[in-house]
Design a binder for this molecule. Sequence first.
Ligand code: BGC
Length: 761
Amino acid sequence: MDAMANDVDEILSQLTLEEKAALVTGDGFWHTRAIDRLGIPAITLSDGPHGVRRQPPDQENGIGGSYPSTCFPPAVGLASTWDAELVERVGEALGDESNALDVQVLLGPGINIKRSPLCGRNFEYFSEDPLIAGELGAALIRGIQSKGVGTSLKHYAANSQETDRFRVSAEMDERTAREIYLAGFERAVKDASPATVMAAYNKVNGVYATENPWLLNEVLREEWGFDGVVVSDWGAVNDRDAAVAAGLDLEMPESQAGPAAIVAAVRAGSLDETVLDTAVHNVLKLVFGHAHLVADPSREPAVPDDMIATHHALAREAASRAAVLLKNHDGILPLSPEQSIAVIGEFARNPRYQGAGSSQIEPTRLDDALTGIRGIAGPDVTFAPGYTLDGSGDAPELVREAVSVAAAAQVAVVFLGLPATAESEGYDRDDIELPASQLALLAEVVRANPNVVVVLSNGAAVRVSDWEGGVRGILEGWLLGQAGGGAIADLLFGIANPSGRLAETIPVKLEDNSAFLDYPGRDGRLEYHDGVFVGYRWYDARRLPVSYPFGHGLSYTSFEYSGLSTSVEGEDADLAVHVSVTVTNTGPVAGREVVQLYVHAPSERVRRPVNELRGFRSVPLEPGESREVSFTLGYRDFAYFHPTLRRWYAERGTAEILVGASSRDIRERASVELPVNEPVTPLDRQSSLAEWMAHPGGRQVLGGLLQQAAAQNPDATSMLHNPELLAMMGSMPLRRIGRFPGVGLTDDIVDGLLVQANAAV
Ligand code: BGC
């Protein structure tokens, strides 16, 4: 035991019951509770996740009014980089700013799965795929925590709907939970050890996440080995003593009811004080582990000027890596500064760069794309707003003005997107359409000028299928943070080469989405009828056309894949499949390819997605340069969560390894035989004839029996020698076949055979 653990235990032994109960609830909105008598300091927690939202002491409730900090691209943007190294650098910068602003735990990352594009909080989450969410979430945690600052991995778990988020129950089977909704959390916890995990508002299968012993104690702590603090989302505690018992350590924010309920439950004997001690121990470890970072109170929290400058540059780099070039017909992009250019759309000068709710950062600076474009192409670039952000103003007049500047230019760059109120924490969208006024504007501009490029600003997928045919280029800008304006200008003119890839599918229409018939759940229940078939797993299984598939993104150069090779080592838990492939930049400029590795694994027993992402790498390449990219896959990469055995299970057989540039653009494929020994499921009284015949012991025992019976009376067993009859009878339990006239296998005999068969393996 280390020195700190000793001190913590020593302090714990001196605390009264009331002090223990007080320590596991917050002090105000953002602090843990100090107990001066025992030298226990307080630490500060703040949102997060894509900047530091530290509020001044006199404005601690509410969302606005925080100290300025760098607003990096929210998770929707960071995810599109598919680059853990870059995300880790952003994490390091967030760690530095947390220290500058005297924040000891930054409340992020949020890694919930984007099941429906309607979720109001998708901009704060990474992907529809748990590998991206888990890997990039882990990268952000590593970066932040490398500066000593703690993180809070949120919202655990299945918080994929904002509607009724304080009460709704996410109803799903265990396989769905394990493969999709928990898998990212598992990866981030195991790879990056976040200091805290934040328990979500919602219930999971009827039990609040904050008082769910399966989620908190069994899965998170016992299985994944998490040894940090489980903190409630703000106001997520329902029944405080049940939450302590389930493994929730810290209730936030401060509550009167919480400590009182704990004291009463311990006194009444319904809550064991040693369980409370575990929570106190965890909180004390967190506090003492971060107390050395607490700043001198005389120092005003502020991000220093030199840090503002370097982090703004990093925010611009991240933004330029995050935008996704969806379409580039006839190479309309990159633009040349020599062309006459009209910029249309209020978002060009008044950017939408982050989402609404608790993650809203007060930026240190704010770049707009219009200034960036004029900085490159000169002051002659014309501009018309085309629409207003709040829908006010004379719409026909705004459109007329836009049409006239568009008609006079060689190229019109039209900025469209969702208004700030369309997507937010706390509620969901009703549809995935752009505002009608913007679509009407676009239709007119397209009529006036055939060379239209659309730049989008939105926190989650919008429908493009009804208008994209009329435009030549689309740059999906998501929400790019405070430096997004300059980044967009760089991308439009080829100063930066687009390398973002879609971490979420853009469907043709909302009705195609897997959650369409369930979402949002009403009356307290959100059914996950789509199971593991979420995002591309769904669109691919149903062979649905999509506007742009998962993983898609264009570049101003081209890439070729070659020489896929695989080798297999070990077996079962020690299985290692080594994969390598060469990628070459075959075009004229430097760029980045995101190499994506998908697996199609054997699945005799359950229905599985066609292909699942199992690895990715963002690779920088100069023109003509080649690089070999390698991955190693393990047992888990081929496994599903077996619904009845309740463990990860890989089937023996042939797996396909697919490497490519999107889920629907596979360039190279290879097959490997998986050396896994499937454990034999024991036979029981209900086992069918087919299961007996497939079971090595069962086959042996039945074989012996048949030989014996055939020797005595050939007619009695002819049924079991007839393949057609056998196929028909295969699903019938042996015990019931045994009771048929003339078969003569009594229940006792079958029970005896069972013992023999199971003992034979
Ligand atoms: C959000 C969390 C956030 C917390 C503190 C909650 O409403 O769901 O993501 O960290 O508030 O602001």
